[in-house]
Ligand binder design. Structure first.
Ligand SMILES: [Zn+2]
Length: 83
């Protein structure tokens, strides 16, 4: 069972430091050996590469940060076949 309720939260985008226009999106490449874990991102405009320990955009609610569930699927140890 799930219950749904609407909450106010902030969306945190990582702005590209090179072109200052694009936002970073994860490429799917993850360095799981790194500590903290490293997610590779690419700028949506100039395609610059940057590494972050979280996947952006991140949602912030009550001082806690939330990563999108889609981002986390890359973390499973063995890829599961699409059904
Ligand atoms: Zn850029």
């Amino acid at each position: 069972m799930f219950s749904k309720s609407k909450v106010e939260c902030e969306k945190i985008e990582a702005i590209c430091t090179k072109c200052k226009k694009g936002v970073y999106r994860q490429t799917g490449n993850v360095d799981k050996e790194a500590n903290p874990i490293v997610f590779e991102h690419k700028c949506s405009e100039c395609k610059a590469i940057a590494d972050f320990s979280m996947v952006y955009p991140v949602l912030k609610y009550r001082d806690k940060k939330f990563m999108l569930a889609d981002s986390v699927r890359f973390l499973s140890s063995s890829p599961k076949p699409d059904v």
